[in-house]
Ligand binder design. Structure first.
Ligand code: NAD
Length: 492
């Protein structure tokens, strides 16, 4: 039985205006398991109008910040109660490991609780006026209707880091998940209803980027776009938003360096390198896809790396034993296979994998290329799959230059026991996040985001709410005079 999802618009569960639907697939079995409304510009308009109405009129517009916090806390509780069901949907729709999803969903309510706590602590200021008879203050107001667009690799987590701060700030939302993985976001919409959010505050639509994503971005009633996705779509969204002076937060791709010095704890660094690239089958923006090894440890490090990565268990994402699941989408699978051919064609040496897995379907073996030089495409372009490029370096100066020689700037890892070097490296690397003797550590309180082509703005932490607020300066004249020397006195 195929499950049939609907979209949540203005508090009602609706079909697409066109009546059209599309299928979503289970990447493990390759079978379609549900159908979704195929939204277009008409549905975008309906969802934005619902969000705009809820922003300007009705209970949400009058709710205090503490009231918004209370609703977010309820939502957090419901997320915790429904974590198991949501995790199963994500595994089915996306191929993510159940073990990983379970942990992620147990952590997700923290996004709601964190921003619930922050909602009533966003304060304006009372700057001293520079003239007599005036009271001056600032208000922090919600930016307006926010469109949240997320990719397929981690739908719920990437959605939570946008939706929770936006709601805490008082915004209303239209969420558009990826056309490949919309089911969990549509199920998530049910929790908003149960938590008691007024209709129209949170809307979720389904459909393709160009058909409904773009009309959402261009809609005149939308004030801000919070986007996570690939570089090309991010550029397009940024261009469209700029035409209408809309605010943007962009979380885009990466080609992150993971750097191992010869003074590192080698066993930890091997684990960090393996987890850095092979977790989620390399389908994460922060994947440590360029591994830099200092000359003197290169050979023995590669040997151990191949041993550990070669033992990884591929299989059913529902099994607790599985370490690497299938690639989430067929186009992504094809792209990774193509990059393997490109790397071989460029003369990189394949030390592990380098082919589709014998399991068939959308499985690809964990792959390690050594002898990679910075000019190769495999060293500079984001693959978004289980493919590691290994490069060698002489010293600190050389590796900083090589690591920074990329248009991306999302994350970086450094493995060293030398504290001075750790500090120097964290300052020199052009990346939004630097991990020392660890990789992939993330937490709700720490800002997340990239430099250069990896994005604009930061999510998470206190900084994460800033992008959803506008500052308004209020001048209040309480002595009857205008107090403004440039205002003409009205005669007669
Ligand atoms: P994508 O850019 O193809 O799609 C992302 C979302 O944008 C989808 O919902 C899609 O429908 C929508 N979209 C596409 N074109 C659009 C347009 N013109 N207007 C409006 N919406 C549009 O990305 P993807 O393939 O789904 O995801 C993989 C990419 O996401 C990778 O590059 C990865 O690095 C990036 N990513 C970044 C982060 C981060 O936080 N920096 C996290 C995860 C993934």
């Amino acid at each position: 039985m195929m499950r049939e999802y609907r979209m949540l618009v203005g508090g009602a569960w609706v079909e697409a205006a066109s009546g059209q639907r599309f299928e979503t697939f289970n990447p493990y079995t390759g079978e379609a398991w549900a159908t979704l409304p195929r939204g277009n510009a008409d549905d975008a308009d309906a969802a934005v109008q619902a969000a705009y109405g809820a922003l300007k009129r009705g209970p949400w517009s009058k709710l205090t910040a503490a009231g918004r916090g209370a609703l977010l806390r309820k939502l957090g509780d419901l997320m915790a109660e429904n974590a198991e069901a949501l995790a199963r949907t994500e595994v089915r729709d996306n191929g993510k490991l159940y073990g990983e999803m379970g942990a992620q969903l147990r952590a997700l309510p923290q996004f709601a609780y964190y921003y619930a706590g922050l909602a009533d602590k966003i304060e304006g200021a009372v700057p001293p006026p520079d003239r007599d008879g005036f009271f001056t203050y600032t208000r922090r107001e919600p930016v307006g209707v926010v469109v949240c667009i997320v990719p397929w690799n981690s739908p719920l987590a990437l959605m939570a880091s946008k939706v929770m701060p936006a709601l805490a700030a008082g915004c209303t939302i239209v969420l558009k998940p990826s056309e490949f993985t919309s089911a969990s976001a549509l199920e998530f919409g049910e929790l908003f209803e149960q938590a008691g959010f007024p209709p129209g505050v949170f809307n979720v639509v389904s459909g393709f980027g160009k058909e409904i994503g773009q009309p959402l971005v261009e809609h005149p009633r939308v004030a801000k776009i919070a986007f996570t996705g690939g570089e090309e779509s991010g550029r397009r969204v940024n261009e469209l938003a700029a035409r209408h002076f809309k605010r943007v937060t962009l979380e885009l791709g990466g080609k992150s360096p993971n750097i191992v010095f010869d003074d590192a704890d080698i066993e930890s660094a091997v684990n960090g390198a393996v987890a850095g690239i092979f977790a989620a089958a390399g389908q994460t923006c922060i994947a440590g896809s360029r591994l830099f090894l200092q000359d003197s440890i290169h050979d023995r490090f590669v040997e151990r790396l191949v041993e550990v990565a070669g033992a990884a268990i591929l299989g059913d994402p529902n099994s607790e034993e599985t370490q690497i699941g299938p690639i989430a989408t067929k186009p992504q699978y094809d792209k990774i296979i193509e990059y393997i051919a490109i790397a071989k064609g460029e003369g990189a040496f394949c030390a592990l994998g380098g082919k589709a897995s014998e399991l068939g379907g959308q499985f690809i073996e964990p792959t390690i290329f050594t002898g990679v030089s910075p000019d190769m495409r495999i060293a500079s372009e984001e693959v978004f799959g289980p493919i590691l490029s290994v490069l060698r370096f002489r010293d600190e100066e050389e590796v900083v230059a090589m690591a920074n020689d990329t248009t991306f700037g999302l994350a970086a890892g450094v493995w060293t026991q030398n504290i001075g070097r750790a500090f120097r490296m964290s300052a020199s690397l052009e990346a939004g996040m630097v991990w020392i003797n660890t990789y992939r550590a993330v937490g709700i309180g720490m800002p997340f985001g990239g430099m250069k082509h990896s994005g604009i703005g930061r999510e998470n932490g206190i900084e994460g709410i800033e992008g959803y607020l506008e500052t308004k300066s209020v001048w209040l004249n309480y002595d009857g005079e205008t107090g403004n020397p440039f205002v003409m006195k009205i005669k007669g």
